[in-house]
Design a protein around this ligand. Sequence first.
Ligand code: ZN
Length: 431
Amino acid sequence: MKTLLRGGAVVSMDPVVGELARGDVLIEDGVIVEVGEYVDAPDAEVIDATDRIVMPGFVDNHRHSWQTAFRGVGADWTFPEWAVAMHGTVKPHYRPEDVYVGTRLGRLEALHSGVTTMLDWYHVAQSHEHEDAAVAALRDAPGRSIFCLGAGWGTPNPVEADIRRVRSELSGDGLVTMAFGLRGAEDTGTDMVAQELKLAAELDLRTSLHVASDGTQRPVADLHEYGLLRDTTTYVHANGISDDELRMLADAGASLSISPDVELKMGFGSPMTGRALAAGLRPTLSIDDVPSVGGDMFSTMRTAFAVQRGLDGGLRSRDLLEFATVDAARSCGLDSRTGSITPGKDADLILLRTDDLTVFPVTDPVATIVSAGHPGLVDTVLVGGHVVKRDGVLLGVDLPALRNRLLESRNRIAAAAGVPLDTTWHPQPNR
Ligand SMILES: [Zn+2]
């Protein structure tokens, strides 16, 4: 089966393909086979891309989508307030159905705003049923997803059996794959980190790890001392770590995931974008927590861009788009499949409206996407060549029914946890 995206402004994020003011993209059996100014394919189904930018879908390599039912309620929270509210107060009341519907609508929301690849960093609850519900939700949303299992999160217990169990269910290379969310040396000690990395290597799993420092800790240097830095690990946040630690990450070939909105609003400190680049480390971008911040990559890129410009005048708009596509795909080990419009890669593509008055006229597509882009422009989304959103509408999903399920989930959890769903909910971290 062939599909031709005809007559769009192509932003490929591939240095060889480059940008085409008017171009065609030919897809065959889900794979990009040809990109050019004019591609002849009389037997292809045509999608008219006139007045559209055609670009690779965004890659978000760190989002905890189980929290979707509480979207927006934590806009004013600090990190300690978020932790006591989400982990301490509502999480114990999550049932598998709550994980399912939160994760599924969270994944659909990401697709809706053009995130074709998403790593779902799971740290909600520890029963097998909860984990299976999250995996089922990702499988029931037509995106490319990575289930990052943060098994045993918040405890020092061994998690090997849990990781092996889920790995045996996610052993293929389909749209939903698996990663291993490490708890970190502060929680489990370096011996456990070493054991977990050994297990990850045996099971061919990439790993992800939250780190940060208030200036007194050296979490990356500590791992380095024990030989525990890997080129298959994505370090999340890393605010406050020193420049020599950034260079250790760069030397190890590790990845860095920056969540600029959460980091700034919750008090982690400045995003490490500019300092990472100076240390030879290519950053990527992620959403993190939707109770506190929006879930789309446009605003995330814009925050990261504005902050770095404010700090030192650094970054160009193209950098941001690379962080959010091809660089993030590399951090997920998926750069041979996604992240750019490159012949041979899977067709994970989005079409953005250029005739919308919020961006019209589009003279430089990359500059427009980064400076003024928003989810309302996302007209069409393809994952593996399969159209999952068309004319601004997600296909094949009963959204009214899912919305009702999410509201029921939110209301039940809030009632069980005894929290008000309004501005009177003030988490008390010190109690
Ligand atoms: Zn996180």
